[in-house]
Design a protein around this ligand. Structure first.
Ligand code: NCD
Length: 309
């Protein structure tokens, strides 16, 4: 039994290297079961509530798929406008309400710290599926599972994270997890969108080698993996700033040809223009495999918080 039973999943920093090993093992187990087309009943009788106050395709649907593949049920709020949030209800009150119906909550909300507010209000486990520009820990876990599968190991990694490192919650969470494996990190962004100082200095304090640069080609040349991100338009207060930085980094076939080596490309998706579609059939383009892995990792996490693995 793992120590996730009954726990919230709020921040990537709550995981140890050992927790990640267990999550990877469990995700591989569910991936194999899925291939056998086994019908699982592990979470029969349990209900998961997914509360999404910000747009989502993959995260919400993969959590719901994971729950249903484990034999559990799902109730869902797919937009703020369709719930009492539109009438001014607080996150805490919405969570208290949903806790009367469900056994666990997955929440996405535009405000930093909102998942923690929900978790503090209810006795059932709460999973942070993105709190503004804060954290997105389950995405980071599926990213780690994908890196492990694509490269065969989490040792001696050099990873280039590219794009909106300021507002991208996926890179905030992933950098944290990669630091457990002593990865070398390149942070590639326009000056306006640099990784928050607290994160880079926290990593350096842990002895992690961090290089901040605007040069994607140089960073890619020295990395085995590129983690591309979307410029998070919805987080800009001043849209003229968005206009200034949009399209800053684009990976296309020409870029990969110039690189003259194979590189793995991940992206949490959705993409706007940062990866051209001519890259999709490149052997290192792992972003579609990555989203598929999300279901297995979320099956692992759900079975663990319910104490079944
Ligand atoms: C990301 C998110 O919502 O933070 N998407 C996801 O969960 N796969 C990335 C993004 O929206 O750019």
């Amino acid at each position: 039994m793992s120590n996730l039973k009954g726990k919230d999943i709020l921040h990537a920093n709550q995981f140890s290297k050992k927790d990640i090993d267990v999550i990877i093992k469990n995700a591989s187990f569910f991936e194999k079961e899925f291939k056998k087309r086994e019908f699982l009943t592990l979470l029969k009788g349990k209900i998961l509530a997914t509360l999404f106050f910000e747009p989502s395709t993959r995260t919400r649907l993969s959590f719901e798929t994971a729950m249903q593949r484990l034999g559990g049920g799902v109730i869902s709020v797919a937009s703020a406008e369709s719930s009492s949030a539109a009438k001014g209800e607080t996150v805490a009150d919405t969570a208290r309400t949903v806790a009367q119906y469900a056994d666990a909550i997955v929440i996405r909300h535009p405000r930093l710290g909102s998942a923690k507010e929900a978790a503090d209000a209810v006795p059932i486990p709460v999973i942070n599926a993105g709190d503004g520009a804060g954290q997105h820990p389950t995405q980071a876990l599926l990213d780690i599972y994908t890196i492990y599968k694509e490269l065969g190991s989490l040792k001696n990694l050099t990873v280039a994270m590219v794009g909106d490192l300021k507002n991208g919650r996926t890179v905030h969470a992933l950098a944290e997890l990669l630091s457990l494996f002593q990865a070398r990190l390149y942070f590639v962004s326009p000056d306006l969108l640099r990784m928050p100082k607290e994160i880079t200095s926290g990593l350096r304090e842990k002895g992690i080698e961090v290089v901040e640069t605007e040069d994607m080609f140089k960073a890619a040349s020295e990395s085995s993996l590129i983690y591309m991100t979307r410029i998070q338009k919805e987080r800009f207060v001043d849209l003229s700033e968005y206009e200034r930085v949009k399209g800053s980094y684009i990976i296309n076939r020409d870029f990969l040809d110039r690189l003259k080596k194979k590189i793995i490309i991940l992206h949490p998706l959705p993409r706007v223009d940062e990866i051209s579609t001519d890259v999709d059939d490149y052997s290192g383009a792992a972003y579609f495999r990555q989203m598929r892995n999300g279901v297995f990792v979320r099956m692992a996490l759900l079975s663990m918080i319910f104490g079944k693995r």
